[in-house]
Design a protein around this ligand. Structure first.
Ligand code: FMN
Length: 179
C-alpha cells in the first residue's frame, strides 16, 4: 500500500529550523513527505537537511523538472494534505491572493485539498492589518491556521508571533488527516 503524501512548505523565517523536526516526525509516523522550500527558506536551512530527513528531493524551483509533468501539478494531484511551517507574512499574502511566483506559491495556488499554515513572525507583522486581512481570507476558505503563539520571538520582541510548537503542528495535521 502506498503511503499518504504530505506536502511540507517551508518559507524564509528563523523558525525554518524547527520544520526539520516536523519533517522527521512525519517520516517516522509513516508518511511520505515532499518538501517545497522558498528560495529565501534555503538561506535559513539547506535543502540537503530536508532531502535527508524526507528521503526525497526537495523542490526549490519551478524550473527544475525531474519528470515530464510540472511538479506543482503532479504534487497537487497526489498530496493528501499541505502544511506550510513556518509561514512568513509574505507567503501568507501570496497564498491569500493567488500570487504564484515561485514553486511553493504556485503549488499553493494549485492545491485544493486540506491545507494548514503555521505563521511565524514579529508581533508587529502579525498584528498588521494586511496580515490580519489575509489570515481572515485564508480562514474563510477553510485553511487551518495553527497559532501563532505568544512569547518572545527571535528578534527579542514580546507578543503573538512565535511559531506553534512542532508537537502542536503535528497533532493538528494528524487530526486534519482523520477528518
Ligand atoms: C534574519 C531574518 C529573519 C526573518 N524572519 C522572518 C519571520 O520569522 N517571519 C517572516 O514573516 N519574515 C521573516 N523575515 C523576512 C522574510 O525572510 C522576507 O519577507 C522574505 O521575503 C520571505 O520570503 P518567502 O516568503 O518567499 O520565504 C526574516 C528575515 C531575516 C533577514
Amino acid at each position: 500500500m502506498s503511503k499518504t503524501l504530505i506536502a511540507l512548505g517551508v518559507t524564509g523565517g528563523i523558525a525554518a529550523f524547527k520544520s526539520a523536526q516536523l519533517c522527521s516526525d512525519f517520516v517516522k509516523a509513516g508518511f511520505e513527505v515532499q518538501v517545497i522550500m522558498t528560495e529565501n527558506a534555503t538561506r535559513f536551512v539547506t535543502p540537503l537537511t530536508f532531502r535527508t530527513l524526507s528521503r526525497n528531493p526537495v523542490i526549490t524551483s519551478l524550473w527544475e523538472l525531474p519528470q515530464w509533468q510540472p511538479e506543482h501539478v503532479a504534487l497537487a494531484q497526489s498530496a493528501e494534505l499541505f502544511i506550510t511551517a513556518p509561514a512568513t507574512v509574505n507567503f501568507i499574502a501570496k497564498y491569500a491572493n493567488g500570487i504564484a511566483d515561485d514553486a511553493l506559491s504556485t503549488f499553493a495556488a494549485t492545491f485544493n485539498g486540506k491545507s494548514a499554515i503555521a505563521p511565524a513572525m514579529n508581533p508587529n507583522m502579525w498584528n498588521h492589518w494586511t496580515c490580519q486581512e489575509n489570515i481572515a481570507k485564508l480562514k474563510a476558505h477553510g485553511i487551518t491556521i495553527i497559532g501563532p503563539a505568544a512569547g518572545r520571538v527571535a528578534c527579542g520582541a514580546e507578543g503573538v508571533g512565535r511559531m506553534s510548537e512542532v508537537s502542536e503542528i503535528f497533532t493538528t495535521v494528524m487530526d486534519m488527516l482523520k477528518k
